[in-house]
Design a binder for this molecule. Structure first.
Ligand code: NAD
Length: 483
């Protein structure tokens, strides 16, 4: 399979927070891979901008170390030196005057300029204001902002207002890296590029939908930060919500940014408030040498959840009566993210009871091992009458397309190149983010008002018992969490 690299014009990309964890782990390795793929044209430059007092040479050495640590596979010497050649560093203070003149010289007005805000959200407003003040904003300028985009509706609105003071919405790229995953985009291709699924994609044929994002790690030294957030803010409001939107949305008229985002917004606005009985929160327990959540959070009285599960209803014609079950948590039995569309049983079985009743399930694996499975019911081979079994029609991308195909590109690679191309389809619009908070806020406020403690769960389990009961009482069960 020959991969196709779509050329872009030369650009200047400035990474505020260019020495930080996210830049070293994700952004710079992603840029390096695009460089190796030949997608960063001659004449482009990448500028790290941060508070550290270092020069160009020290920055290149920091980047080289980061690539050694975080770039999977070999680092060909010629590619590495070519990449380092287009790197620069400027010491900048987001809240002061230092460094801005030097930056203005490096980020040229005659090419696309993109500014990646890989810093805490408290600096977003200051950066937007200074970019404007130093003449770095023109209609072709783009800014990329990282999560978390606010911690509730009020703070998200304030962030939107501070960015809108200097940028048009079409210049603002709010990243949700889940949307950059190949499988997530394939979900749209599967739904809207095939005749097979869309006629069945509604409450008449779909029994329910499950969305699981499970991690095996705990809060890992970020306990204090995480404790102010919790699974609902950190995962559900953004990542799980975006996945739900892509499953539930109506077909957009075109695959263009506003058409897609308009449809996603309608889904968020159609979400019912969630009843307390349909919500479960949990905190992981200690396991051997590994501390429990309360110890990791350094607060024995913490009521922040490291696990959340819920039953959600999308109140519209398509989905009335088909529940969406969402769950996400840390220290679970496997690192696995998947969406499962579970279809209804056939209305009548022509086979006798021994054959069993089965359901088709379309499962979309986001990690690891991205791919799509469709469970189809067939006859168990061999003599002995009609017994039914499910077999998967498997489309594992690395097997179907080869490990070196563009399908293996990381979400950050794809999203950064979309910024350069000016394609906002896979980025969240301001009104979408606000609508997601407007739905999330009452859930969190309800928890805070009731003051219940999250239910403890074992490390390595599937989460709290109540999460299992959430489905059992509806006569359904969660799919196994497995890699
Ligand atoms: P970090 O603390 O490792 O790095 C922060 C960077 O910001 C450093 O380069 C620092 O020099 C720079 N900085 C801080 N104050 C500054 C100022 N006044 N002027 C100029 N530069 C300044 O943080 P991180 O983990 O890289 O996270 C960056 C952003 O990305 C945060 O908003 C975070 O929530 C988000 N994020 C991080 C991750 C991750 O895996 N690290 C994942 C998703 C989102």
């Amino acid at each position: 399979m020959v991969s196709r690299v779509i050329p872009v014009d030369p650009f200047d990309l400035v990474i505020f927070g260019g020495t930080g964890d996210l830049a070293r782990r994700k952004i710079l390795p992603a840029l390096f891979r695009r460089f190796v793929a030949g997608q960063i044209p001659d004449g482009s430059s990448i500028v790290g901008a941060a508070r550290s007092e270092i020069d160009d040479a020290e920055y290149k050495s920091l980047v080289k170390d980061a690539l050694r640590e975080f770039h999977p596979g070999d680092l060909p010497e010629d590619m590495l030196s070519g990449f380092l050649n287009i790197l620069h560093y400027v010491q900048v203070d987001a809240t002061g005057d230092q460094g801005w003149d030097a930056l203005a010289k490096l980020a040229r007005p005659d090419v696309v300029r993109a500014f990646y805000f890989s810093v805490g959200p408290s600096l977003f407003g200051a950066l937007a204001e200074r970019l404007h003040h130093h003449g770095l904003v023109d209609p072709e300028t783009r800014i990329v902002v990282e999560k978390p985009f606010g911690r509730d509706l009020e703070t998200a609105r304030a962030l939107n207002t501070s960015l809108a003071a200097h940028f048009e919405e079409c210049q603002i790229y709010r990243i949700d890296h889940y949307l950059g995953k190949e499988t997530v985009q394939n979900l749209m291709a599967i739904r809207f590029g095939n005749m097979l699924f869309e006629p069945l994609w509604n409450s008449q044929y779909v029994d329910h939908i499950q969305i699981t994002v499970a991690e095996t790690v705990g809060v890992q030294g970020r306990g204090e930060y995480y404790d102010r957030s919790g699974a609902m803010r950190d995962m559900v409001q953004n990542h799980l919500m975006q996945l739900l939107c892509l499953i539930a949305m109506e077909p957009p008229a075109k695959f263009d940014p506003d058409a897609v985002r308009d449809e996603k917004l309608k889904v968020i606005r159609a979400l019912d408030p969630v009843e307390p009985a349909d919500l479960v929160r949990g905190q992981y327990l200690a396991d051997g040498d590994r501390a429990g959540y309360l110890e990791d959070a350094e607060d024995p009285a913490s009521k922040t959840e490291s696990f959340a599960a819920m039953k959600v209803h999308v109140s519209n014609w398509r989905w009335a009566g088909t529940p969406f079950y969402l769950r996400t948590g840390k220290r679970l039995k496997a690192r696995a993210s998947e969406i499962a569309v579970v279809f209804k049983e056939t209305p009548h079985s022509i086979f006798d009871e021994d054959a069993g009743r089965h359901r088709n399930t379309l499962s979309i694996r986001l990690q690891p091992n991205e791919g799509i499975d469709l469970d189809v019911t067939i006859k168990e081979p061999g003599p002995g009458g009609m017994r039914l079994i499910d077999v998967p029609l498997d489309m594992t991308f690395s097997e179907a397309l080869g490990p070196e195909s563009e399908a293996s590109a990381d979400a950050y690679e794809r999203l950064i190149m979309d910024v350069i191309r000016g394609n906002q389809t896979l980025f969240m619009r301001g009104d979408e983010v606000e609508a997601a908070w407007a739905w999330t806020d009452p859930i969190i406020q309800g928890w805070e008002t009731r003051g219940d403690r999250p239910e403890p769960y074992e490390t390595g389990s599937s989460g709290p018992e109540d999460a299992l009961a959430l489905m059992h009482r509806d006569g359904r069960r969660w799919r196994e969490i497995r890699e």
